[in-house]
Design a protein around this ligand. Structure first.
Ligand code: PMP
Length: 441
């Protein structure tokens, strides 16, 4: 049966599909962090809907919340009309915001995807500032639509599309391991901040008055690269001093993924615009932007879209937010993160082909390197995408689903559910260790 499904997919679905292109998997059922294929094989899911499934698959509080909506005949689709559920969801959303902006922010529901909310954020700051260009970061990822791709720093993916939007400028992200300045250590963050500040003050470069800066505090698709916290504070200072809105893309990092509800809390900063999707809908499609009141320049109808305010996603999202708060899930994220980092750190000491282990919370990356290649100025070997792919395949054969990302797809990424138990984490790590050894044998 599985082969029949796979044949159909191969024949009929675009090659653009990502994960299923490489792996012969037809999922029949899923619960928690386990997925089961139609033949009964089980896998640990460390992809978790690209970070969407905060509570794992089909968590009982999510299932119950969805069932309640159906049983109470709450309308499934209302455009963005009010329902008690929507208002409760909004209240919950505001309650998790930092105090400084809790009572002075607005929320706008967007289309169902992360890219929709990023588009809305850019449109908003453009309207509010009349600024032209947007500043984004090398290696960043914000979506696959035209404007979001224009802001994504992965240039190889859009080479053939030529210029999508001309007024995006890329800034160096503080990627310490592959420091854009060839320095490394704390110089990476310092030089990046200095570079950005100088650039903004240079009247000859044409970007003196951008409409905003968009950043991920941990680059996800870019290879699980956490930004230095002092650098984030500097970025906040530099943008605030010049009246440039700072947009933090929390699509992947948000709702507990990094061990705080919002990842910018680690740095103690508050952005002007927060972009949310993925986990905010409790595993169903939803996205939204939250922004400071003074940016609320849109007249009625200025930002529309049919699918905003999906009631099932609000119910699932509300249940997820409450569960995270009430069950102290953030503490689990931190403990499991330490467990991952300690184990992976020890693995790095054993295998020279593991160049770097990094992350924040449960957004963790292992960068594979080619020990036969030429070392860079910092003494690091080049990224080894083929090896990462071989390990990914080995993991799959051993019952573990992981994603790859980053430069040359050389980074193996772990995005398990935030509720992963100590035991499950140990199992995942043991499978990973075995798979690395197999791929290198
Ligand atoms: N921003 C970030 C940081 C993301 O990780 C993603 C998706 N991986 C997006 C935006 C785009 O979200 P979507 O795929 O739902 O459009």
């Amino acid at each position: 049966v599985q082969n029949e499904y796979l044949r159909l997919q191969e024949e009929k679905e675009s090659n653009a599909r990502a994960y299923p292109r490489h792996f012969p998997l037809v999922i029949g059922r899923a619960k928690g962090m386990m997925v089961t294929d139609t033949e009964g094989r089980t896998y640990y899911d460390c992809l978790a809907g690209a970070g969407t499934l905060a509570l794992g698959h089909n968590h009982e509080v999510v299932v119950e919340a969805i069932r309640d909506v159906l049983e109470q005949q709450i309308p499934l689709h209302t455009l963005d009309l009010a329902t008690p559920l929507k208002l409760t969801f909004m209240e919950e959303m505001f309650s998790i915001l930092p105090e400084e902006i809790r009572n002075s922010s607005k929320i706008q529901f967007c289309g169902p995807t992360g890219a929709d909310a990023v588009e809305a954020a850019i449109k908003l700051v453009k309207s509010a500032t009349q600024g032209r260009s947007i500043l984004a970061f090398q290696g960043g990822y914000h979506g696959s639509t035209q404007a979001t791709m224009a802001m994504s720093g992965n240039l190889s993916k859009k080479e053939h599309l030529q210029s999508l939007l001309p007024d995006v400028h890329f800034l160096p992200f503080p990627y310490e391991y592959r420091c854009p300045f060839g320095m490394g250590g704390d110089m990476t963050a310092k030089l990046s901040a200095q570079y950005i500040e100088n650039l903004l003050d240079d009247c000859e470069n044409g970007i003196a008055a951008p409409c905003g800066v968009i950043v991920e505090t941990v680059q996800g698709e870019g290879g699980a690269i956490p930004a230095d916290l002092e650098w984030l504070r500097e970025l906040r200072r530099i943008t605030a001093e010049r009246g440039i809105p700072l947009i933090i893309d929390e699509v992947q990092t948000g709702i507990g993924r990094t061990g705080r509800m919002f990842s910018f809390e680690h740095a103690g900063i508050v952005p002007d615009v927060i972009v949310c999707s993925k986990a905010v809908g409790g595993s169903l499609p939803m996205s939204l932007v939250i922004y400071k009141e003074e940016l609320d320049v849109w007249p009625p109808g200025a930002h529309t879209g049919t699918f905003r305010g999906n009631q099932l996603a609000m119910a699932a999202g509300l249940a997820t937010l409450r569960y995270i708060r009430e069950q102290d899930v953030l503490n689990n994220v931190q403990e499991r993160s330490e467990q991952f980092m300690t184990w992976l750190g020890a693995l790095k000491d054993r295998f020279a082909a593991i160049g770097d282990v990094r992350g924040r919370g449960l957004m963790i990356g292992v960068e594979m390197v080619d020990t036969a290649g030429r070392k860079d100025r910092l003494g690091h070997y080049p990224p080894h995408g083929a090896l990462a792919a071989a390990i990914q395949r080995s993991c799959f054969n051993n019952g573990l689903i992981v994603e790859v990302g980053g430069r040359r797809s050389a980074v193996i990424r772990f995005l398990p559910p935030l509720t992963i138990t100590e035991r499950e984490a140990a199992d995942v790590l043991a499978i990973f260790e075995k798979s690395v050894a197999e791929a290198l044998a």
